[in-house]
Design a protein around this ligand. Structure first.
Ligand code: S3P
Length: 455
């Protein structure tokens, strides 16, 4: 993605009503885990639907540097020739996780119990993200990890065996839970993780599919070490978080009707559906069986007048990556939306409360930050705009202008959604990182009616 001088930018403009069927790329969380567990398994794991994004490719490249042979016979396909739990070997030099918090935190757990040293680094955004949340429990298990101020790089020292632990997570984080469970594969006894609120359970489901000895229920998981992992095949479902931009855009743009095919609908990911339904969205879920051990569904969305809502705090962990998109919906709904209990948004790829507030305000939206959320007074666009009304005369439209994604992929895409409901062109700066989770977003979005091109 290069668009003239400096970091790439998009020009987004009101497009046509969205129409068609589309399949978004593979789930990022599942893709990371599939190659990691494939690497630790005995035998060859075949991954299909693998997300060809920078984050997941960085994880695969690190595993290759640790001695795992990974073939890519086709788009979205990986053959991971597992080396077994004790077959990884030291890599020369630092292991670059790129932009990926999932990559770094899960690999920290996986590498904590190896008999060699490793150094995990990341890009400028990842280098500001809190790692103490994994360092602390891993150290309690006996790992030795150096960092400055709890930030990357992480220097992980050789350790041949870890201790078992029963750990109560202070934050609801699937990454922390997963790091501990992966370290638990190398512990002397059972490892239990308890969560303040249930988070996505992909690590647990996939460990079970690879033959690990574990029990789990929402909010708790116990892994007993000692069993080998056995290669399997993983067919990665489409990423709900990538589908989210289209669910919101089609809800907002009058006259839209879209079907998103075979999206992963693990209930720990679909909080946005509940939030949008509270706001009056018209989204139907048609179950389409299971894929890669996960429930999948076709999601059919039609434009609807949205109302503001108080987002229940209990939904926050189930929609943690969808708040930038929700903020865009709220800015165009009728009435006030209140988000609370979402302070974690401040330590994602960017401070997503501050950066979304800044970006939406630049387009004329009324949004006030709070320490753990935001209060957004919608423009009433969806209620006022009649289908087919030309952009320039739409009442409640945002204004054209310029907004900065601050290098955060989900913010870039959420601003592109909001810009579909502006009265003029919007330049969105610093969009290169969209390739971390959703390569080809702009082309796919244009194909269903978005106004979006490289600057
Ligand atoms: C992820 C967990 C979430 C999420 C991230 C992916 C995962 O992070 O925001 O995009 O794959 O486990 P936290 O565990 O920090 O909440």
């Amino acid at each position: 993605m290069s668009g003239g001088h400096g970091a790439p930018a998009w020009i987004a403009a009101p497009g046509r009503p969205l129409a068609g069927r589309l399949r978004v790329p593979g789930d990022k969380s599942v893709s990371h885990r599939a190659v990691m567990l494939g690497a630790l398994a005995e035998g060859t794991t075949r991954v299909t639907g693998f997300l060809e994004g920078e984050d997941t490719c960085a994880t695969a490249a690190i595993l290759q540097r640790l001695g795992v042979r990974i073939e890519a016979p086709g788009e979205g396909e990986r053959l991971v020739h597992g080396v077994g739990l004790h077959g990884l070997r030291a890599a020369e030099g630092p292991l670059d996780c790129g932009n990926a918090g999932t990559g770094m935190r899960l690999l920290a757990g996986l590498l904590a119990g190896q008999g060699f040293d490793s150094v995990l680094t990341g890009d400028a955004s990842l280098s500001k993200r809190p790692m103490r949340r994994v360092i602390e429990p891993l150290e309690r298990m006996g790992a030795r990890i150096d960092s400055e101020g709890g930030l990357p790089p992480l220097r992980i020292h050789a350790k041949n065996a870890l201790q078992s632990i029963d750990y109560e997570c202070p934050v609801a984080s699937a990454q922390v839970k997963s790091a501990i469970l992966l370290a638990g594969l190398y512990a002397s006894g059972p490892t239990t993780v308890r969560e303040p609120h249930p988070t996505r359970d992909y690590t647990e489901r996939m460990l079970a599919a690879f033959g690990a000895d574990l029990e789990f229920a929402p909010g708790i998981a116990t892994l007993r070490p000692g069993r080998v992992l056995t290669a399997t095949s993983v067919d990665v479902p489409a990423d709900f978080s990538s589908a989210a931009f289209f669910l919101v855009a089609a809800s907002l743009i009058p006259g839209s009707h879209l079907v998103l095919e075979r999206v992963g609908v693990n209930p720990r990911r679909t909080g946005l559906l509940d939030a949008l339904k509270l706001m009056g969205a018209d989204i139907r879920l048609r179950p389409a069986g299971e894929q890669g051990g996960e429930p999948v569904a076709d999601l059919e969305v039609r434009a609807a007048p949205l109302r503001g809502a108080v987002i229940p705090e209990a939904l926050v962990p189930d929609m943690i990556d969808e708040f930038p998109a929700l903020f865009a919906a709220a800015a165009l709904a009728e009435g006030t939306t209140v988000v609370r209990g979402a302070a974690e948004l401040r330590v994602k790829e960017s401070d997503r409360i501050a950066v979304m507030a800044e970006g939406l305000r630049a387009l004329g939206a009324a949004i006030d930050e709070t320490p753990d959320g935001a209060v957004i007074t919608g423009s009433g666009f969806t209620a006022k705009a009649g289908s087919g009304t030309s952009a320039g005369t739409r009442s409640g439209a945002l204004r054209g202008g310029r907004a900065d994604s601050r290098g955060d992929h989900r913010i870039a895409m959420s601003l592109a959604v909001a810009a579909q409901c502006a009265a003029g062109e919007v330049r969105i700066d610093d969009v290169a990182n969209v390739a971390t989770s959703f390569p080809g977003f702009d082309a796919l979005a244009r194909g269903v009616g978005f106004g979006l091109r490289l600057a």
